[in-house]
Design a protein around this ligand. Sequence first.
Ligand code: FBP
Length: 258
Amino acid sequence: MVNLSNITRRERAFFLAYDQGLEHGPSDFNDENIDPQKIIEIAKSGFFTGIIFQKGIAEKYYKKNSSLPPLIVKLNGKTKLQDNINPLSLLLCTIDEALSLGAKAVGYTVYLGSSHEEEMLSELAQVVREAHEKSIPVIGWMYPRGEKIKNPHDPEITAYAARIGLELGCDMVKVFYPGTLLSAKEVVRAAGETKVVFSGGEFRDEDEVIRQAKEAIAAGAAGLAIGRNIWQRKNSLEISEKLSNIIFGQSEILINSR
Ligand code: FBP
């Protein structure tokens, strides 16, 4: 397995995701967080072990700022304007481009259950091959989505998604949170040696985000890759600190098995 030490701290990961401008468009943003520089300022807090950008923002903002966490470049993407019943997300950035931008890891989304699944699986396999030749870790965004998927958060499907990441050689997978500690444990078990980070999702109550983080760590996950639940909040730094304490172990994790 490729070394993950560049994007982890004591084998734990806390990534700030900001690729939603491509995936969702400006509707995710307000007057402040539409400016990538605002997210850069949050990222400078020191709480994160990685920041996720598409190549354009990486090029225009990452390089000219210092004291930022390691860069993770998302290699593929799609807009919400296309047929999202069976989504297709293809490569938009090469591994060499990502490396020239300073990337320490690359990410690739597969929409499992889409009628285009095979194209994305095949591209991910090629990404893993090339990235590993260049000793750079690959994070698979393993997202069940397509006409065959009734419930993208179904625990069994989430565990299957994580397992596909292991089968394809991903060093880490980013999957939806399956809802409970027990199901999260199953996801981590299915992923084997491949590390698991859970995605944040839409804006939710802070208590809910904190609960999910505690359960994720108790389940054996490496951590979180989260965006909107940080930079859509007024108290971005406060919640980042709380989540960082949970992930890196400075906060007591007391949860009941659900
Ligand atoms: P969020 O925490 O904001 O959900 O970010 C995580 C992420 O995976 C982003 O990397 C990506 O842009 C977005 O969610 C995709 O969301 P969705 O799958 O709902 O379109």
